[in-house]
Design a protein around this ligand. Sequence first.
Ligand code: PLP
Ligand code: CA
Length: 306
Amino acid sequence: QKGAPVKVTSKEIAQEFLDRYDTFLFDCDGVLWLGSHALPYTQEILNLLKRLGKQLIFVTNNSTKSRLAYTKKFASFGIDVKEEQIFTSGYASAVYVRDFLKLQPGKDKVWVFGESGIGEELKLMGYESLGGTDTRLDAPFNAAESPFLVNGLDNDVSCVVAGLDTKVNYHRFAVTLQYLQKESVHFVGTNVDSTFPQKSYTLPGAGSMIESLAFSSNRRPSYCGKPNQNMLNSIISTFNLDRSKCCMVGDRLNTDMKFGVEGGLGGTLLVLSGIETEERALEISPDYPRPKFYIDKLGDIYTLTQ
Ligand code: PLP
Ligand code: CA
């Protein structure tokens, strides 16, 4: 983004920010909530935007829940959102499998390293997935007893989709590696996030697991979540959006802000309630773009304009 980022600190700047855009694309964690804690005035700002007739779209790199499951997460924070408004990195990975890899439903199968949000989206598109939440993978690893190794690999598996798995163990890594060692099997990663911060601690993100698989297989995954532009292109075409009237709101520079800037969106707003600091927001780096606007937390837009 050309020019130094503008900090939203007054009613005038907040009002001008709201007037500029018709559509707001929201990253979720770190912007609307942190883990299971809502951030202040999340409901109020979203309701205000709805009253102003703005279109709201939610774009999360969290692959652990399906879009349907995400609507329930929104509901738990008192926010009414439809499945169609939500894009997750698990869904983006399933779209990639269907539209880019063009795997055949009913024939090609997918090996999942990750939670239910990946397999459920694949299933809705007609793909059978293996691995994932299969509880037989919970067993401590024993090569001679693993049904996945003893019975041999499934030759219909033509793709691995890997994301964050909080049940990660050696068994899952070991079987996934067997599939990745087959050159004909595609390697898809949901999202590159190295970490995800909670209220009082920071946890390892999906990237930390996917990069471990990349290291052991000596392969590179195709990442589908933010900042990948296939995901943005599919959002733009689904809703027929004018990019210049869209603003991406997020808390991470190398995923959210990159997603918006590289996608040529009219605006980007970095919130400092998640990953980044003011110092990083203002820094010029070859690794990520600077946002157009930044603010301490999203709810400040609401309180400033009241
Ligand atoms: N990946 C996982 C597994 C997560 O739990 C989260 C946050 O909850 C994220 C990624 C980051 O999500 P977002 O893109 O909404 O910040
Ligand atoms: Ca985030």
